[in-house]
Design a protein around this ligand. Structure first.
Ligand SMILES: [Ca+2]
Length: 252
């Protein structure tokens, strides 16, 4: 079948106008939740690679040549960054980490999105809003964990049952490391890894605030960090092996 030249130009313009479309999530893009939608998975290495190529971005951790992990206090690990989270190249479906707040913010803006607010993130994580949720979830119900009534199925430290985590324990003082995005059990609102895997930057405080919020805990922590009352914040310029992000956007 021949495609008219004009149609090709129109299709090309649509793609170029929506850069986020070039970086589709591995299991479909976003979940609508009323007035906003949120990414179903943490932003991946493959998605972040599209962003760096399109914008020429070099992250703070890349410029410094190292990223942080907590061992005997904070430790700088040479050669750790979003391409090489534990010192070796990551697959495209792994969560992008060693990304600081402003870099996460810039990615979401490039993708036509933004970082979620704390209210949006917590609604998405703990309150089932789908009209026809998959069992055992019930519309309107609020859950103690993003995985539901129990933390089982998340990639956390010790409390969450079997995990699809990639085993990087040889280079860590604690824990196994992250799992590829979207490979743990889907939770409230069909979202993956809102509890644990990697902490997620959220848009909190004043625009110029030195510290920004993170939510959900990570593979380095037990299930208590996955709960709603577990609020945390970090310096906005911090690039850490267990901190990543996902994006949200307004719906018309
Ligand atoms: Ca997470």
């Amino acid at each position: 079948m021949r495609i008219p030249f004009r149609a090709v130009i129109i299709m090309l313009c649509v793609v170029l106008a929506a850069p986020g479309a070039l970086a589709a999530s591995p299991i479909g893009e976003m979940q609508a939740l009323g007035a906003f939608a949120i990414d179903r998975t943490e932003v991946t290495v493959g998605q972040f690679r599209h962003f760096t190529k399109a914008t020429g971005t070099k992250t703070f951790a890349e410029k410094k040549g190292s990223g942080l992990v907590y061992g005997a206090g904070w430790e700088q690990k040479s050669g750790w960054g979003w391409r090489t989270p534990y010192g070796k190249p990551a697959s495209d479906n792994e969560p992008a980490v060693h990304i600081n707040y402003d870099e996460a913010h810039a990615y979401c803006r490039w993708a036509g999105k933004r970082l979620p607010t704390d209210a949006e993130w917590t609604q998405a994580a703990y309150q089932e809003s789908r009209n026809d949720p998959s069992p055992p979830f019930v519309k309107g119900q609020t859950y103690p964990y993003p995985t539901g009534t129990s933390p089982i199925g998340a990639n956390c430290l010790n409390d969450c049952g079997p995990t699809p985590a990639l085993d990087h324990s040889k280079v860590l003082d604690q824990g196994l490391g992250h799992a590829p995005a979207g490979t743990t059990k889907p939770g409230v609102n069909g979202l993956y890894d809102m509890g644990a895997n990697v902490w997620e930057w959220i848009d909190t405080g004043a625009a110029d605030s030195a510290n920004k919020g993170t939510r959900g805990g990570s593979w380095w922590y037990g299930a208590s960090q996955m709960r709603r009352d577990s609020e945390a914040s970090k310096p906005r310029d911090m690039s850490v092996v267990y901190v990543g992000f996902r994006c949200a956007k307004d719906l018309p």
